[in-house]
Ligand binder design. Structure first.
Ligand code: ADP
Ligand code: MG
Length: 724
C-alpha cells in the first residue's frame, strides 16, 4: 500500500468508526480511591498499635519501624491479591520524565515444590532493580550497576490495572549503591524537608509556638493533544518523536477561537470519562476538563495535593492519559509542540506552602499590606526568583520545551514575577517605606437586578507571565507538558528555603538589636524590593520592549535555548544553593547536568536523522511522482495554451532541489563529532542542526502546498486536527 493510500484509508476508517457508547458513570463514592491502600484500609486490617505507628510515620515523615514492616507488607499483599494482583512493582522516577517499574511475582516456591504467595517486610521496604540502563550521569559505571529502591511511605501503595493484569505498585525513591539520588523523587522529598525547616524557623520567629509540619502543595494543569491513531500510525515523526517534523499549517488553525472552552467532542468526552474513572479509582482528584486553545487540544487539572503525592499522581495521570487514549483509538500527545503554527502544550504548576496550624502561607487575606507573615513569605519568593530565575529556566529546559519558551509563544524564557495590581501596589509602598493600605478590588455591578454583585479579584490574570501570583499560590507556567513536575517543585522549594533562611537570619539579627517585629519586617521587605524588585513585572511579557528592558535595564537573563539554560546547573552559586540546603550534592547536581544535556543532544540528533530520512524517502518520492505526472502532460497541455502545469513543475522542481540540498547540509553537520565539551555539542544542536531542520521543513511544507493532494503521503494538519 503506498503512503497516500494509507492516508485515505485512515480517513475512511475514522469516519466509518463504530462509536463507543458513553459509559454510565459509577458513583464517585464507589470509585474513589478503590484501588489505593488508603489509611482507612490500613486501619481496618492492621493491629491497632501497628496502625498507630505507621500513621505517625506517614504524617510526620519519620522512618518506618522495621519491626512492623512485615505486618504491613502482609496486609498490603492480602489486599492487593483480593484486587486480583499477582505481581508487585517498585515504581520509581528516573531522571527521564518517565515512570519506571520493576515487576516481581508474589510467588515463592517451597522446598516441597509447592508455591505460596510471599511478600516480606524487606520486599516492601527495599528493592534492587538493575539500574544500569537508567541514566545516571556518570555516578556509576555500568559495572557497579546496583541501584536501590526504597518505599516512600508518604505516598500510598495502589493497584494498577492494565490489559496485562493487575499489579501492586509501591512508590519508591531510587538511589545508587553509594547513596546518591538517581531519581526525581529523592530531591523532592529533601527539598520539602528543607523548606519545612526554614519555614518553621521563620514562623517561630514570628511568634508562633505551635507550628505543624510545613508542606508544599502542587496542582498541575495538564495540556495534551488527541490525534486519531490511524493518522498517528501513518506519521513516523509523531510515533518516534511525539511531534510533526513536517506539516503545512491548515488554513483553519485557532484563529477563530472557536475551540477554546467549546463543546467537547463526543468521542473525546467518552475518553475523558474513562480517564477520570481510572483517576478516581487511584485517588487522583481530577477536577476540571476542557478544550484548550488549539484544535484537538485539551486540558485536565486535578485538585491540588501535597507536592510529593501530587507529583506521583501527575506521573500516573500522564500514563493513564496515554494508555486510555490507545483504548479509544487515539494517540495522546504530551509533547510541548506537536504541531507548528498553533499553540503548544504546557503544564502550569500551581504551588504554595502551608501547614495545619497556620494554613496557606501564601494567602494574602483581605489586607495584605498589614499581613506580615504573608508579606515575608511572598517577599522571600520574590527574592528567590530574582536570585535564581535562571535556575527556574534551567529546570524546564528540554529540546521539546524550547519550541515554546523563547519562541513566539507563551511564556517567554525570561523569568519574571507577576503579582497582580493590588500586591504590586503594596510592594511599591513597601519599597517607598510608606505602607498605608491595600487597594480594594471592590464589586462589579452588572446592572441587572437578577444577577448578583460580583466580588472582583484583587489582581487580574496575566497570561504572558512565566511566574504569576494567582490569589493564594504561584503558578509556574513555563513547565513543559511532557515533563515531570518534580524538577520545578524541587527548584521552587529550594529557592524558597534559601530565601526563608535569609529572611529569618535578618529578622533574628534585628530582633536581637531590640527592633520591634513590625519595623524589622518592613525594613527587610524594603531591602528585598530594592535589591530584587527588578524581577517584578506586570506588563506584556511577549512584547519586544519587555525583552529589551528585561535584559538591558533590569539585568535579567533571556536564555532562549536549552543549550543556553542547562549550563546554569554548573554554576558555583547553584551548586552552593543545593549543597547548603541539603537537596543535592555537587555530584548529584553534576550528574543531572550530564543526563539532561545528553537527552537534549539525543533528541535533536534523532529528530534530525528522521528529518533526513523522511525528506528523502517520503517527501522526495511524492514530489518526484508529481513531477513525472506533470511532465507527461505538459507537452500536450502547452499546445492548448495551459501553462499552469509548466509553472507548477518549475516551482516543485526548485523546492525539491532546495530541500534535498538542505538535507545534504544537515547530514554533513550531523557528522560532526569532535566537540571539546558537552556545552559546545549542545550549542551545535541549537545553532546549527535545529535551524537546518527548520529549513528542510520549510521547503517540504511548501511542497505540500503544491503537490497534488492524492499523491501526498503524510496525513495533513487539517485531517489530524479536525477529524475526530
Ligand atoms: P486556571 O484558571 O489557571 O486554568 P485551574 O482551576 O484549571 O486554573 O487550575 C488551578 C490549579 O491550581 C488546580 O489544580 C487547583 O487545585 C490548584 N490550586 C488551587 N489552590 C492552590 C494552592 N493553594 N496551592 C497549590 N495549588 C492550588
Ligand atoms: Mg493556569
Amino acid at each position: 500500500m503506498s503512503g497516500n493510500e494509507s492516508r485515505f484509508q485512515a480517513i475512511c476508517q475514522i469516519t466509518d468508526r463504530e462509536k463507543l457508547p458513553p459509559k454510565v458513570p459509577n458513583r464517585l463514592e464507589e470509585m474513589w480511591a478503590s484501588d489505593v491502600f488508603t489509611l482507612n484500609k490500613m486501619q481496618a486490617c492492621l493491629p491497632k498499635d501497628v496502625f498507630k505507628s505507621l500513621k505517625k510515620t506517614i504524617q510526620t515523615g519519620g522512618k518506618l519501624d522495621v519491626s512492623i514492616a512485615g505486618i504491613v507488607a502482609a496486609a498490603i499483599k492480602d489486599w492487593a491479591i483480593s484486587k486480583g494482583a499477582l505481581y508487585y512493582a517498585h515504581v520509581f522516577y528516573p531522571m527521564t520524565n518517565i515512570t519506571a517499574e520493576k515487576h516481581d511475582g508474589f510467588i515463592s516456591v517451597q522446598g516441597d515444590g509447592t508455591a505460596i504467595t510471599e511478600f516480606s517486610g524487606k520486599l516492601l521496604v527495599q528493592g534492587e532493580p538493575d539500574g544500569s540502563s537508567f541514566p545516571n550521569g556518570g555516578i556509576r559505571s555500568t559495572a557497579a550497576a546496583r541501584g536501590y529502591t526504597a518505599w516512600d511511605i508518604t505516598s500510598p501503595a495502589y493497584v494498577m490495572e492494565t490489559d496485562n493484569g493487575v499489579t501492586l505498585c509501591i512508590p519508591t525513591v531510587f538511589i545508587s549503591w553509594t547513596g546518591e539520588a538517581l531519581d526525581k523523587k529523592t530531591p523532592l522529598l529533601r527539598s520539602n524537608a528543607a523548606m519545612n525547616k526554614a519555614a518553621t524557623r521563620l514562623l517561630n520567629l514570628l511568634g508562633h509556638s505551635e507550628v505543624a509540619p510545613v508542606n508544599s502543595s502542587c496542582g498541575a494543569e495538564q495540556e495534551y493533544f488527541l490525534v486519531d491513531a490511524h493518522f498517528a500510525h501513518s506519521r513516523p515523526d509523531l510515533l518516534l518523536t511525539g511531534r510533526t517534523l513536517f506539516g503545512r499549517p491548515s488554513a483553519k488553525g485557532q484563529q477563530f477561537d472557536d475551540h477554546y472552552f467549546g463543546v467537547i467532542p463526543e468521542r473525546v468526552q467518552v475518553f475523558m470519562q474513562d480517564v477520570e474513572e481510572r483517576l478516581y479509582r487511584l485517588g487522583i482528584p481530577a477536577k476540571t476538563r476542557h478544550n484548550e486553545v488549539a484544535p484537538g487540544q485539551f486540558e485536565i487539572a486535578p485538585f491540588f495535593e501535597a507536592a510529593n503525592v501530587a507529583s506521583d499522581h501527575q506521573q500516573m495521570t500522564m500514563t493513564i492519559l496515554r494508555n486510555t487514549a490507545k483504548k479509544h483509538g487515539f494517540v495522546c500527545l504530551l509533547h510541548e509542540k506537536p504541531f507548528a503554527g498553533i499553540n503548544g502544550s504546557g503544564k502550569h504548576v500551581n504551588w504554595s506552602v502551608g501547614n495545619a496550624t497556620q494554613g496557606n502561607l501564601l494567602d494574602p487575606g483581605t489586607n495584605p499590606h498589614s499581613n506580615l507573615q504573608f508579606l515575608l513569605f511572598c517577599g522571600a519568593v520574590i527574592r528567590g526568583i530574582h536570585k535564581y530565575g535562571p535556575l527556574l529556566r534551567a529546570v524546564v529546559a528540554t529540546a521539546s520545551n524550547d519550541h515554546r519558551l523563547g519562541a513566539n509563544e507563551a511564556p517567554p524564557a525570561i523569568i519574571s514575577v507577576y503579582l497582580g495590581s493590588q500586591l504590586e501596589d503594596v510592594f511599591e509602598q513597601i519599597k517607598r517605606g510608606d505602607v498605608k493600605s491595600s487597594a480594594n478590588a471592590g464589586v462589579m455591578d452588572l446592572g441587572v437586578a437578577t444577577l448578583p454583585l460580583f466580588e472582583k479579584d484583587p489582581g487580574d490574570r496575566n497570561r504572558t507571565s512565566p511566574f504569576a501570583f494567582t490569589g493564594n499560590r504561584f503558578e509556574f507556567r513555563a513547565v513543559g507538558s511532557g515533563q515531570s513536575v518534580s524538577g520545578p517543585l524541587v527548584a521552587m522549594n529550594t529557592i524558597l528555603t534559601d530565601s526563608l533562611t535569609w529572611v529569618a537570619d535578618q529578622l533574628e539579627a534585628q530582633l536581637g538589636k531590640g527592633n520591634d517585629l513590625n519595623t524589622a519586617a518592613y525594613s527587610i521587605l524594603k531591602s528585598v524590593m530594592e535589591d530584587h524588585g527588578a524581577v517584578v513585572f506586570g506588563g506584556n511579557g511577549y512584547s519586544e520592549e519587555w525583552h529589551k528592558m528585561a535584559v538591558e535595564e533590569r539585568g535579567l537573563l533571556n536564555l532562549r535555548t536549552t543549550a543556553d539554560a542547562l549550563p546554569i546547573l554548573k554554576e558555583k552559586h547553584i551548586e552552593e544553593l543545593f549543597e547548603k540546603t541539603g537537596v543535592l550534592t555537587a555530584t548529584e547536581l553534576e550528574s543531572r547536568f550530564e543526563v539532561y544535556s545528553e537527552q537534549y543532544i539525543n533528541v535533536i540528533e534523532m529528530e534530525a536523522k528522521l528529518v533526513i530520512s523522511l525528506a528523502k524517502t517520503v517527501i522526495y518520492p511524492a514530489a518526484a511522482r508529481y513531477l513525472s505526472e506533470l511532465a507527461s502532460t505538459i507537452a500536450n497541455l502547452k499546445q492548448i495554451g495551459m501553462v499552469f502545469e509548466a509553472e507548477t513543475a518549475e516551482t516543485v522542481a526548485s523546492q525539491t532541489k532546495l530541500m534535498i540540498d538542505t538535507v545534504s547540509k544537515l547530514s554533513n553537520v550531523l557528522d560532526k563529532h569532535d566537540f571539546s565539551s558537552v556545552e559546545e555539542h549542545m550549542q551545535h544542536c541549537a545553532q546549527t542542526i535545529r535551524p537546518l531542520m527548520d529549513q528542510v521543513r520549510e521547503y517540504a511544507d511548501a511542497l505540500e502546498g503544491n503537490v497534488a493532494d492524492d499523491l501526498w503521503p503524510l496525513p495533513k494538519y487539517q485531517e489530524m486536527l479536525f477529524i475526530k
